[in-house]
Design a protein around this ligand. Structure first.
Ligand SMILES: [Zn+2]
Length: 211
């Protein structure tokens, strides 16, 4: 079932590798189709992955189709879909600069005009929890309030959107923003955008995302 969606997901996984957002079998991605979720498998290297490796689960996490185990972060994907009606695609990355921010557990402040309408203002870091746990899933959903992205403490980042293509794009601009922030911080004083601008741009985000 969902052959086209599986193909789309496989293409997305390869694009995550091409964009240096993941390596090996780290990170994962999924998309929601009606009452099911098509998700990348656990422990399969992206470059060796095929359509047959994709797993279909229901909203309780029971495997409907597939011979592989679903991604270790399946609970996080399901929790995000449950909390956000409009979320149809999720991309979870281990990209370098976003992960570095997650390690110092510092939120990404509102510093760039191009970012806030797409991701929301300050991108928060979830409280630490072990990978694959319900706690991690809950902590991530908590910091996603009014945002399209979150940093996962000592781990990586996650973005969600209405399409996989958009969720990938959000992951790329989040990584760029983290890189710009850290570079700026090394070079001098970081100046955040004026408060009223942040509010206006957050309104644009909320209008566009409608989550
Ligand atoms: Zn991960």
């Amino acid at each position: 079932m969902y052959e086209e969606k599986k193909k789309e997901l496989l293409d997305l996984c390869l694009q995550m590798v091409e964009n240096d957002l993941v390596i090996g079998s780290s990170g994962n991605a999924s998309l929601r189709v009606d009452e099911h979720v098509v998700i990348s498998p656990s422990s399969v290297h992206y470059t060796e992955m095929s359509i047959e490796d994709m797993v279909v689960v229901d909203m309780n996490g029971d495997v409907i189709e597939g011979t592989r185990n679903p991604s270790i972060e399946m609970l996080m994907h399901l929790e995000i879909y449950a909390a956000r009606d409009k979320a149809l695609a999720i991309v979870h990355t281990h990209s370098i600069y976003a992960s570095a921010m997650a390690v110092i557990q510092e939120p990404l402040p509102p510093i760039l005009d191009e970012i806030i309408p797409k991701l929301g203002a300050t991108i928060r870091v979830s409280s630490y929890a072990m990978p694959g746990t319900k706690d991690l899933a809950k902590n991530v959903v908590e910091v996603l309030e009014s945002r399209s992205a979150a940093l996962i403490a000592n781990h990586g980042a996650v973005c969600y959107a209405k399409t996989l293509k958009e969720a990938l794009f959000l992951s790329i601009i989040l990584e760029r923003a983290c890189k710009i922030y850290m570079t700026a911080k090394c070079a001098g004083k970081v100046n955040e955008l004026p408060e009223e601008v942040v509010e206006d741009e957050q309104d644009i985000h909320d209008m566009l995302a409608q989550y």
